[in-house]
Design a protein around this ligand. Structure first.
Ligand code: GLU
Length: 306
């Protein structure tokens, strides 16, 4: 599956329908990938909350706005064995430890100088086998953390430049046995041959951890472009409750798919107001350097009730 062309990707969580902010990020990921001759992959990150039929509707909406992708699609829920194998491998080379701390204990523990709030203070790093046994016996189910061997890690983002993150011992497997996003995203990008990650800039601070883990797993970290988000008129991240924001809600409010594409293109400086434009035409116009660096403020039409 991995080849020399490289690939970009869009990796939605199928917890509901995509809104215009998600669709715009997907459009950007597609433009970055296709304009650089890469494959484009689709991956459903369905380990957490999912809604019935959401993946299928997300796929339909992505196709409706004119995106295409290269098979096979990936679903994380079918890859639990792969994640288990990676964790076992990290364990066998001594790169993990069990952590019995609650969230509250982590927040209340004295933190190392210069570490950001919420960073793991290292409490369970050096427990003895007897201490671990005692904690297990108290009924606590341990999370598995990465034993990090560096304080910081730096990635380069095409839009934000160098980003340095503090490398604490982040969680790979939660106490309830579910695999953490920071683990699976790295494993799956590697498996899908993804060498270009384009996503919302709310995930910028996660990139150094993910790139560091990639290097430990022998995966070359991708290039990153964290793109501006879509906000509501209160300048808060757009959400379903803001009104008609999904393709089907926008249709119900009288806005066609073609008009949604025009609106997104205009917001990216790739079309003039109201200009009908296909995603193929946008590919000819797209230039990462000319992307607006500010969030797009979207005022949704009122939701039309059924
Ligand atoms: N599944 C994540 C989301 O929908 C995206 C993760 C990523 O692009 O790395 O927010």
């Amino acid at each position: 599956m991995v080849d020399s062309i490289g690939a970009g990707r869009y990796a939605p969580s199928p917890s509901g329908d995509l809104h215009i902010g998600n669709l715009r990020t997907a459009l950007l990921a597609w433009l970055f990938a296709r304009s650089s001759g890469r494959h484009f992959r689709l991956r459903f990150e369905d380990l957490d909350r999912t809604a019935d039929g959401a993946a299928e509707r997300q796929r339909d909406d992505l196709a409706a706005i004119g995106l295409d992708w290269d098979p096979p699609e990936m679903r994380q829920s079918s890859r639990l064995d792969v994640y288990a194998g990676v964790v076992t491998e990290l364990m066998s080379v001594g790169r993990t430890f069990e952590c019995f701390c609650t969230r509250r204990e982590i927040l209340e523990a004295p933190s190392a100088p210069h570490s950001p709030p919420g960073a793991y203070p290292g409490t369970c790093r050096h427990l003895t086998e007897a201490e671990r046994a005692a904690r297990r016996a108290s009924g606590r189910r341990p999370a598995i953390r990465l034993l990090s061997d560096t304080d910081t890690f730096t990635v380069t983002d095409e839009l934000h430049g160098a980003q340095t993150g503090t490398m604490d011992d982040f969680v790979l497997v939660r106490g309830d046995g579910t695999y953490a996003y920071n683990l699976v995203v790295v494993v799956d990008d590697g498996a899908q041959g993804v060498d270009q990650v384009v996503r919302g800039d709310d995930l910028l601070s996660s990139a150094p951890r993910q790139a560091y883990l990639a290097t430990l797993l022998g995966i070359r970290p991708p290039v990153y472009a964290h793109v501006p988000m879509v906000l509501n008129t209160d300048h808060i991240r757009l959400a379903k409750r803001d009104g008609a924001v999904t393709l089907s809600d926008l249709h119900a409010a009288g806005i066609t798919t073609a008009q949604v594409v025009s609106l997104m293109a205009e917001s990216l400086g790739l079309a003039s107001p109201g200009e009908p434009v296909s995603t193929q035409a946008l590919l000819q116009r797209f230039s990462p350097q000319r992307l607006p660096r500010e969030p797009w403020i979207f005022e949704p039409p009122q939701l039309v009730e059924d």
